[in-house]
Write a protein that binds this ligand. Structure first.
Ligand code: ZN
Length: 474
């Protein structure tokens, strides 16, 4: 059963709602813990990461710069200890790329090769295009696929379902003899920007190059095919997989005053795609969890438990940082009392989703109730975050930071995901919401109920597995 939060926590959380969003009056300022710099810090961190560091693909020199930036920023912010942990990541580089429709009418296609795709070779690949709207249509028309470029022009349903074409489309097409794969960008809305993202080659299919094209170009190729015309495309991609390379997670602790051995983990991913500056995905998450943790120090009262920020690497290319952290901390997973991830952008705060049983959901709902003035008190059962997924699989209660998601996929993994799309006031509100819940989780005498861990360390995951039924009594 949910208990009411203790009065001091309640007062602290309420005070967080009165941030520098409006001018502080003297009486207010006296009542508010000393957190005057959170707004400045949060926005500055985000702007520095986007404008001074830029894109951050795992294993590249740009990502190494991002790691250096994060270590320096966290040290300056007053964390007790800051360090990096090595992660081996697959290194993929895009190189130059282009595509052109050559018949029945010539026009350039706007494209982005998909992460982990092979290239086309120096002469590119030119072939007739088979346009299909679904895997089922491809199966029905499989005799038409051999020697062709398959274009998946699937309608947007939701991210989870639509992204299957981006991740599995190339191998599905290759099984029917296709020579390359194009995918309509995974987005519900388009102003002619292509959206990249990771793809995977299945073991049982030839490796063919794969790229995303814009919704507009996919629709035009569909219309040409619907007229009974035969579109033909010339695709060129220099993309290369360079094998494994070194990279790092960045970890920073605020030591707990009462139970320093118990860890409340705040997560975001520092790596990104190589287009735009990936401001919402997930520079904003990094800035917000850094600012939230820093607010706890600025408040002057240490949290009872240790608050640990982990900025993960290689989320985009397969959650390598998340698994490396789990493996490196295998001996102390039972001391991780909860993990909270922010990887949904910096839109208006809504609340949190909890990967745990109903008792955990109820508990988080009670702890988040005082965040109502920030609009961040809606707590539901649901997913947590990709990077903390390996911890959650092992029984650590997981919490996902939730925001208004209506426009997140408009810019996701596209050149349009840049700082101009982020509203500074919302970065601050989200940081305050995360700070409020973090303080409550860190100080609550009773830790969240733990999940039953999966029986054995999971194999290298290809896609996150659905929750398994747990044996009774565990
Ligand atoms: Zn992300």
């Amino acid at each position: 059963m949910a208990r009411s939060p203790r009065l001091p926590i309640l007062l602290f959380l309420l005070s967080l709602a009165i941030g520098p969003g409006r001018p502080a009056r003297a009486a207010e300022a006296a009542a508010v813990p000393a957190t005057p710099d959170t707004a400045t810090f949060a926005w500055r961190a985000l702007a520095d990461l986007c404008d001074l560091v830029g894109t951050r693909p795992a294993g590249t020199p740009q990502m190494a710069r991002a790691v250096d930036w994060a270590v320096g920023t966290l040290r300056q912010a007053g964390f007790d200890s800051v360090w990096t942990e090595p992660v081996t990541v697959p290194v993929w580089v895009r190189g130059r790329e282009w595509a052109r429709c050559t018949a029945p009418v010539a026009f350039d296609l706007r494209l982005l090769g998909l992460g982990l795709s092979d290239g086309t070779g120096p002469h590119g690949i030119e072939a007739d295009v088979l346009v299909v709207r679904s895997f089922e249509e491809l199966d029905r028309r499989s005799t038409e696929a051999a020697g062709r470029i398959v274009l998946f022009n699937m309608p947007w349903e939701d991210y989870g379902r639509t992204v299957q074409y981006r991740s599995r489309g190339a191998s599905a097409a290759a099984r029917h003899g296709a020579v390359a794969c194009l995918v309509r960008s995974v987005t519900p809305f388009s102003l002619a920007t292509p959206h990249t993202g990771m793809m995977r080659y299945a073991d049982d299919a030839p490796r063919i190059p794969a790229a995303a094209i814009t919704v507009e170009d996919a629709a035009r190729l569909q219309r040409l095919a619907d007229r009974g015309l035969q579109p033909r495309v010339h695709l060129f991609m220099e993309a290369r997989n360079l094998g494994d390379g070194p990279c790092a997670n960045v970890v920073a602790d605020i030591r707990g005053a009462r139970w320093p051995e118990q860890i409340v983990l705040l997560a975001a991913h520092l790596d990104s795609w190589d287009v735009g500056t990936c401001a919402h995905d997930d520079a904003a998450g990094c800035a917000m969890v850094m600012a939230a943790a820093r607010e706890l120090i600025a408040g002057g009262t240490r949290p009872a438990r240790t608050v640990r920020v982990v900025l993960y690497t290689a989320e985009e290319i397969g959650v390598y940082g998340g698994r490396a952290y789990r493996d490196a901390h295998e001996h102390e997973l039972d001391r991780h009392v909860v993990a909270l991830e922010s990887d949904s952008g910096a839109f208006a705060p809504r609340g949190f989703s909890v990967a745990g049983d109903s008792l955990a959901v109820e508990r988080v709902r009670a702890l988040a109730a005082p965040l109502a003035p920030l609009g961040a008190d809606a707590v539901t059962a649901g997913g947590s975050g990709a990077d903390i997924g390996p911890l959650v699989e092992r029984g650590v209660p997981g919490i996902g930071h939730r925001v208004d998601g209506d426009t997140y996929f408009h810019t996701h993994h596209s050149p349009a995901d840049d700082l101009d799309k982020v509203e500074p006031a919302l970065v601050v509100r989200n940081a305050r919401a995360i700070a409020g819940l973090t303080r409550a989780l860190a100080d609550d005498p009773e830790p969240l109920p733990r999940r039953a861990a999966t029986p054995a360390p999971p194999p290298v995951p290809v896609t996150p597995e659905p929750p398994r039924a747990q044996p009774r009594g565990r």
